[in-house]
Design a protein around this ligand. Structure first.
Ligand code: HEM
Length: 140
């Protein structure tokens, strides 16, 4: 398996392609009814996932943990459930899916708070959090 940062970026950019095609379809038909669902697909599916991918690329000790894979699965599940859920809620077909997707989105973000607080950001941060465990060369 490629590293988790790659998974976040490739999946997030794929969500963006779908979100952009949806945006073009909304513009072409002049029907913007589902624009909040389109917005959430792009913002959680692309922007948040790219932020997460950047974090894991900068912080290999976090990327190597099992929690990173759980974080990825939770985020993808949140997008895949929340976006159709918002479309259904707008169309008057029920709010259950939107509620379930919202809970997954919050859990994914809470897991990110925990991961960032535990590992810090970047290798240098980890060294500062655990002095003596990682040998740092003195600056020239
Ligand atoms: C090909 C690219 C895109 C097209 C053609 C497009 C098109 C649209 C259209 C037609 C609307 C409805 C505007 C309105 O009713 O006032 C909209 C709303 C929105 N779009 Fe896009 N969009 C694109 C890409 C993106 C991207 C990349 C993002 C975020 C990263 C994004 C975020 C949003 C948001 C937040 C809204 C407002 C949602 C709401 O009304 O609640 N869009 N877009």
């Amino acid at each position: 398996m490629k590293n988790i940062a790659t998974w976040f970026f490739v999946t997030g950019a794929s969500f963006a392609l779908i979100g952009m095609a949806w945006g073009i379809q909304m513009s072409a038909t002049q029907n913007h009814t589902l624009s909040p669902a389109h917005g959430h697909l792009n913002l959680i599916g692309f922007v948040a996932m790219s932020v997460f991918g950047t974090y894991y690329a900068l912080t290999p000790q976090a990327a190597a943990s099992r929690l990173a894979k759980i974080h990825f699965a939770l985020t993808v599940a949140a997008v895949v459930i929340l976006v159709p859920g918002i479309a259904m809620a707008i169309s008057g077909s029920g709010e259950s899916l939107a509620k379930g997707g919202s809970v997954l989105a919050v859990l994914a973000m809470a897991l990110f708070v925990y991961t960032a607080a535990r590992n810090g950001v970047g290798q240098a941060e980890r060294a500062a959090l655990a002095p003596g465990k990682i040998h740092m060369e003195p600056a020239e």
